[in-house]
Design a binder for this molecule. Structure first.
Ligand code: ADP
Length: 277
């Protein structure tokens, strides 16, 4: 069960003066269980791309198969695909609206028409997975810290038991502590559930240490795709695309100038400094 894109393009407002090509001939294959970082400058097409993962947007041309189903096929159930591919939008806490945390997380599974017992079981399981304790269940989502709100929003998607979890900039606007907390939770979810995770970010530093594959988007195309170490080898290209993580890029360049191998897993400043020494 995987996600496959074949020559996919997406043009907004096609045929109008506002026409805008957001994706150009994308070919991708994301396999089950992968932890993928999707990175790119603002406007590079990340949000447009991930909205194709669960059929919120359909390709203008090309073909997309999600978990065995072609999303443009009229017999494909988009409802089913949206349950299997959970999408956590940017600032998901803006979508929290129920009186209590419990009710908020229950919203998705209730809409799936599940029996009350199963809904309750899923809500408890999802909240415990994101580290929200039982004494919090009755609280209003608005009483929570930024990081906690975001965890509740993620629990709302987990309660649908997705096979793929897509997170759009889950650390946006959080302080360093909230950021580490969320990234740690996501890493743990990937390990314990074994689900496919696709993490959108504009920060190389945030994701390099977590993921096993980085897809770099640039002006609607896939510019680089591979293991973090192999993507980092393209220091100059990344810098041109405005994606340089300055310290690590400086080290990678120094290593390259010395003729040293940078394809090994040098993903942190500390590792790089050690290799240079
Ligand atoms: P990112 O998520 O990487 O910032 P987006 O997918 O949001 O990139 O945007 C890709 C391009 O498509 C940008 O040039 C953006 O202005 C344009 N775009 C995004 N959404 C729309 C829309 N609804 N209508 C027209 N153009 C859009």
């Amino acid at each position: 069960m995987s996600i496959k894109f074949k020559e996919v393009s997406h043009v907004y407002s096609q045929g109008t003066p506002f026409e805008k090509t957001a994706l150009k001939n994308i070919n991708l294959h994301i396999e089950k269980g992968q932890f993928v970082g999707l990175i790119g400058h603002t406007g590079s097409g990340k949000s447009t791309l991930i909205q194709h993962f669960n059929g919120l947007l359909k390709p203008t041309s090309g073909e997309i198969t999600i978990l065995g189903q072609n999303i443009s096929d009229k017999n494909t159930s988009l409802k089913e695909i949206r349950q299997k591919v959970g999408l956590v939008f940017q600032y998901p806490e803006h979508q929290l609206f129920e009186m209590t945390i419990f009710k908020d997380v229950a919203f998705g599974p209730e809409n799936m028409g599940l029996p009350k017992d199963e809904v309750e079981h899923r809500v408890r399981e999802a909240l415990s997975m994101v580290g929200i304790k039982e004494e919090m269940y009755g609280k209003s989502p608005f009483e929570l810290s930024g990081g906690q709100k975001r965890r509740v929003a993620i629990a709302g998607v987990l309660a649908m038991k997705p096979e793929v979890l897509v997170l759009d900039e889950p650390t946006a606007g959080l302080d360093p502590r909230g950021r580490d907390e969320i990234l740690g939770q996501i890493q743990m979810l990937h390990k314990s559930l074994g689900i496919t995770v696709i993490l959108v970010s504009h920060s190389m530093e945030d994701i390099a240490k977590l993921v096993d594959r980085i897809i770099v988007m640039h002006r609607g195309s896939v510019a680089l795709d591979g293991a973090p170490g192999s993507v980092f080898e393209h220091a100059e290209q990344l810098e041109k695309m405005g994606l340089a993580a300055p310290q690590i890029m400086y080290i990678m360049k120094a290593l390259q100038q010395k003729g040293l191998d940078v394809s090994t897993n040098i993903l942190t400043v500390e590792e790089g400094a050690k290799a240079l020494a």
